[in-house]
Design a protein around this ligand. Sequence first.
Ligand SMILES: CC(C)(COP(=O)(O)OP(=O)(O)OC[C@H]1O[C@@H](n2cnc3c(N)ncnc32)[C@H](O)[C@@H]1OP(=O)(O)O)[C@@H](O)C(=O)NCCC(=O)NCCS
Length: 136
Amino acid sequence: MNIKYRTEKDLPCDQLYQLFLAVGWATEETTTQEMIDNFNIGFIHSTFVFSAWIEDKLIGCIRALSDLHFRSIIYDLAVLPEFQNKGIGSSLVQKCRNACKDSEWLVQTDKAKDFYKKIGFKESDDYFLTISSKWF
Ligand SMILES: CC(C)(COP(=O)(O)OP(=O)(O)OC[C@H]1O[C@@H](n2cnc3c(N)ncnc32)[C@H](O)[C@@H]1OP(=O)(O)O)[C@@H](O)C(=O)NCCC(=O)NCCS
């Protein structure tokens, strides 16, 4: 499997929408064409975006907002179900962490708690998991 990781922020809206549908974050019934046309807006305006591809098929994505020093927070980590459990999710998180190595890393999740714990995050309360910064 030849997976390529890319860094552009303007991911194709249609493929991003399909990825969100596949992991259950979007539904056809509640998504309008206008929403689909703007699906990558949050990615375009994020600090870091990484995506995983097989040829021209988007199979995974992540985005993070960061102050580039103290604090960074992860959003929208998703891997197509048929490509899960192949190390893609953890690679995408690692690429974010490498982009701002000494920062605190934060994620808010309920369902993926155990995944994040497995890759080094610590539970800080019911929903947030963190990796401490170098400074605090
Ligand atoms: C969570 C998610 C991104 C993980 O991606 P992935 O590519 O399957 O993860 P990896 O293959 O890198 O898994 C790394 C390790 O975590 C484990 N793992 C993966 N998903 C897990 C889960 N939901 N719960 C517990 N462990 C999990 C893997 O088995 C693997 O363990 P190993 O190193 O012992 O083999 C993916 O399951 C997904 O897209 N889920 C739906 C969307 C979601 O919940 N995103 C997170 C929102 S912040």
